[in-house]
Design a protein around this ligand. Structure first.
Ligand SMILES: Cc1ncc(COP(=O)(O)O)c(C=O)c1O
Length: 253
């Protein structure tokens, strides 16, 4: 029996010299530089049918942290919960803690290893308004039902952030990039262990471009903030993710 394996194939740094020279010539090494903005635009065009907007970040953990804080209303009260499945990565719980929330673990469905839908609703009914945000994991790139999460968000007035760490390049049933047009944020990893890898990097995408603008304004504008989150992290995308990511995006589709 043959099992298909997807192996990460990060672009070769030695082949990115032109991009690195462009960065050097521009003199803008971070903070919304032209290479990173070009990467974000290309990602949206190639992977998400040109719908919505994206923000490149240093890694998915940081992307989760800022997206969780936004979804929970920017200044969550102490004790506000972030509900996430037992089958996820430690960094997701860490991101919730850095955002000022307390992780609440929900059981998974043993059949597909994603959050158990009935358990999620039971928790939402039990904890009510204490749950500020639901953070499902699209396990190993599995396509989960985003319409159901949009419904849960309306039904329970709760924020939603999808941990889509392994999903960059996953197509949904309609053949579109997983997450295309979603009303909430999805956070993808471009870590070297992921199929879409640039060494290290993350992408926050939403079908709602205003949501991404708000994140960019809140997190990345020097004039308005010191570019740092309350826990002291620098969230901006690393300078070399621009050329690497653009190279990787060129390999998709
Ligand atoms: C489920 C999940 N969430 C979040 C992350 C964090 O991603 P990053 O390494 O880009 O911070 C990972 C990384 O492996 C992951 O597997």
């Amino acid at each position: 029996m043959e099992f298909p394996l997807i192996a990460p194939r990060p672009p070769r740094l030695s082949e990115q010299m032109e991009g690195l020279k462009r960065i050097e010539a521009s003199g803008q090494f971070s903070n919304n530089g032209p290479e990173v903005r070009a990467l974000e635009a290309e990602m949206v065009a190639r992977l998400f049918d040109g719908r919505g907007a994206a923000l490149a970040v240093g890694n998915a953990t940081l992307g989760l942290m800022i997206a969780i804080r936004q979804a929970a209303g920017l200044h969550p009260r102490p004790g506000t919960l972030a509900m996430m499945p037992a089958m996820t990565f430690a960094a997701t719980a860490q991101a919730a803690i850095w955002a000022g929330l307390t992780p609440l673990i929900v059981d998974i469905d043993p059949q597909d290893w994603t959050a158990d839908a009935a358990e999620e609703e039971r928790m939402l009914a039990q904890h009510g308004g204490r749950i500020g945000v639901v953070v499902p994991y699209a396990t190993f790139g599995t396509v989960i039902d985003l319409d159901r999460y949009a419904w849960l968000a309306r039904r329970y007035e709760v924020g939603v952030v999808i941990d889509a760490a392994a999903s960059l390049g996953t197509l949904d049933e309609a053949g579109r990039g997983f997450g295309t047009g979603a009303p909430f944020a999805l956070v993808y990893s471009m870590h070297a262990t992921k199929t879409f890898s640039v060494g290290e990097g993350g992408l926050v995408y939403s079908g709602d471009a205003d949501r991404i603008d708000q994140l960019r304004d809140g997190e990345f504008r020097f004039r308005e903030r010191a570019q740092r989150d309350p826990a002291g992290h620098q969230c901006q995308d690393a300078r070399d993710t621009g050329p690497d990511g653009t190279e990787q995006a060129g390999r998709t589709r």
